[in-house]
Ligand binder design. Structure first.
Ligand code: HEM
Length: 284
């Protein structure tokens, strides 16, 4: 709220500003590198954004600028790293907690993929149980329990309630993810929330870990892909369990922007002797 004050106060938070400067410097170097690349170079986000800056050169109200490009790349990194990594950490913890669920995921992966193929995103259609488990991980862990802070730019009404211009809005995503009217056992890990009676995957419109509307998470699709590929690959390669003599899992979250699990040790025991090392041709 008071970044100017924080910058002046001594303390460990000064580290953030040092890291921020280093990240900005790195992105700036990347922009220079992209400008020097020939037209035949593969297109990525930075090159497309640079092209838009050039296109909008004569537009006095254009918001495309190198300064904004740096900030957007920072936003993508900020929004996309902790959220996905934290969800995966919860996934492993829930798999240790629910041994039978872990085994059933592994059975499905073994049956559908065999031992040689690497996982690709299209496989989720043939892996309804694995997909349901991952959705349930996202629902119950609710890593972004409260969405980004928004500022209402015009007066409006939501379900009859007046929301005046200037109101600060904090979307309570956890209230939807734990809504007893939408979920059979809202506070329990239950993959059946996403399965029909025949074991097919079913979506639920209250599944909103990425929020909704115009400001829905722009990394939604990328995150789903990353989570599925990493989770499926980890589960088919390792069995996750507590180390000998462990006092047990610690399931209470720590609030650090996202709802994070507490640091704890989990063993990854190799379970397949020769999983394929590379992606399949189809997934390239
Ligand atoms: C499990 C993974 C993720 C979860 C649960 C998640 C969740 C969210 C949520 C709830 C919001 C706030 C939406 C709102 O205000 O209504 C958000 C915003 C955002 N997310 Fe994600 N996210 C994830 C992954 C990613 C990834 C992979 C990226 C990018 C590579 C990303 C980039 C962003 C950005 C840039 C915003 C701010 C968008 C804006 O201000 O309009 N997120 N995310």
């Amino acid at each position: 709220m008071f970044p100017w004050a924080l910058r002046r106060l001594p303390g460990p938070h000064q580290e953030i500003f040092r890291h921020y400067k280093a990240v900005r410097g790195f992105i700036h170097q990347e922009i220079i590198r992209h400008k020097l690349m020939g037209p035949e170079a593969p297109k990525d986000f930075i090159s497309c954004y640079l092209a838009r800056i050039t296109e909008a050169e004569d537009d006095p109200v254009s918001t495309f600028s190198e300064e904004n490009l740096i900030q957007v790349v920072i936003d993508l990194f900020l929004g996309g790293t902790d959220t996905t990594a934290t969800t995966l950490r919860w996934a492993l913890i829930y798999m240790v907690q629910h041994e039978a669920v872990q085994e059933r995921v592994q059975q499905e992966l073994d049956m559908v993929l065999g031992t040689t193929q690497a996982v690709c995103y299209e496989d989720r259609e043939r892996l309804p149980y694995t997909r349901a488990v991952l959705h349930e991980v996202q629902r119950l862990s609710s890593v972004v329990a409260v969405g980004a802070v928004r500022h209402c730019v015009a007066s409006t009404r939501v379900r009859g309630y007046p929301v005046p211009k200037g109101t600060i809005v904090l979307p309570n995503l956890a209230s939807v993810l734990y809504d007893p009217e939408c979920w059979e056992t809202p506070r329990e890990f239950n993959p059946s929330h996403f399965l029909d009676k025949d074991g097919n995957f079913v979506a639920n419109e209250a599944f909103l870990p990425f929020s909704a509307g115009h400001r829905v998470c722009p990394g939604d699709q990328l995150a789903r892909m990353e989570l599925f590929l990493t989770f499926a690959t980890l589960l088919r390669t390792f069995q996750f369990k507590l180390p000998e003599g462990s006092p047990g899992l610690r399931l209470e979250y720590v609030f650090g922007g996202t709802l994070q699990p507490q640091p704890q040790e989990i063993c990854a025991v190799p379970r397949l002797s020769s999983p394929s090392s590379g992606p399949r041709e189809k997934s390239l």
